[in-house]
Design a protein around this ligand. Sequence first.
Ligand code: NAD
Length: 480
Amino acid sequence: MLPNLPFDPSNLLIAGRWRPADDTLPLTNPSDGLDLTKIARGTAQDVDDAVAAAQAALDGEWGEYTAAERGRVLTRIGQLVLENVDLLTRLESLDVGKPVTQARADALALARYCEFYGGAVDKLHGQTIPYLNGYTVYTLREPHGVTGHIVPWNYPMQIIGRSVGAALAMGNACVLKPAEDACLTALMFAHLARDAGLPDGALNVVPGLGSEAGAALSAHPGVQHLSFTGSVATGAAVQQAAGGNVVPVTLELGGKSPQIVFEDADLETALPFLVNAGLQNAGQTCSASSRILVHHSRFDEVATKMADAYRAKRIGPAESDPDIGPLINAKQRDRVMAFLDRATDVPILAEASVSDDLPAGHYVPARLYGPAAADHPIAQQEIFGPVQVIIPFETEEQAISIANGTEYGLVAGIWTRDGARQMRLAKKLKSGQVFINNYGAGGGVELPFGGVGKSGHGREKGFEALYGFSTLKTVAAFHG
Ligand code: NAD
């Protein structure tokens, strides 16, 4: 059951005021398939109002805030997030089906984003540029204006932290469209931001369907920057819509991220990273490590140890804090099961199964496959479920070629003690992040994050997000 909330979850937040929507959508609990509550079904008119409210905030009080003042508000929001970690954790577990420990980590990460961007924003300087005699030239970092944030259901708090947090820090005014499958923590975040003193209209939240509120936001002529995280197809549609208004877009679209285990790898250290980076959030992680590339000499050892780890994993309702919770909805469950049903030609090394006594949620077994051919569909396509494949290789060149051999490039991990090999691979892997003897699965508030290829473009997190959520003005003054 939903705990008491300090806001009505069926409302939208526009111009600092909660208001009912014309229509609502049901929000269900993935752990038992039961309705949790109703959320707003935002319309194009609501998006229009939210964009107007954001623009009014920029033209008013919010637009006058100094960097230090914006930083102070963000830091206060971070403090309130910390004070409400238990409630945020509970909401995320109920709404996303995320095991409690993992939901709590997301709530703490949201607080860290607010602290990081709150502390960073008044340390961001322009440049002075030597030019012709008689000139002084400098650059100014300015907000884009109204920024649109279309957020998926898998990591609402982390993605709001990294995109809305950085955008507010730079002085933009935001319109946030959370996913129709999970939007309670987005609403709670907006509630806390109001309590922290964020001026009206600086953050507006319009829940609703992607095809309605999402499409209206991506095509809105009053939006000056869009940040999207989700599927490749929807990202391409968002970019196309934004193109009509010649608006920059940051796209974070997922991956098929490899970890490469060489013959000299420290397997004891590697093992939890190999397994958990694939199973975290039931594999519904853009930076999940779904491909494990293993030197043929260590294949049996890695396969045996990973298989043992799989058999020990417990699948269950999110609030019982299992290792693996349910998938977000029936559509995702059917999609993942279709992958499993088709992969009959790849050996199953191990499975964590779904016990019969679970409630009627969206559970799938966690499955480890291998050896798999590098071009097999389960080794190429993003499954977005608790599924990993082990792919053997013989040489370093072959490992690089397999690792780079998908249409994605988000994160890669290398396990070797050979320093020269570490440096060579870090350069040769086509990936937005490379982890050496660890695997971050997108973690690290401070670490710039984003993809190449169909994993997307643009960078969020770290200082890079402050550049991304601002535009550079060059001022050339002639004074003789
Ligand atoms: P999606 O990309 O359709 O949805 C993500 C967000 O985009 C949601 O807020 C949704 O409402 C919005 N949206 C949908 N259609 C839109 C449109 N036409 N214009 C603007 N916004 C729109 O993702 P999904 O359907 O929920 O999941 C499908 C697949 O996407 C998954 O199986 C997975 O492979 C991938 N996915 C990736 C990530 C990631 O973190 N990279 C997150 C979620 C889903």
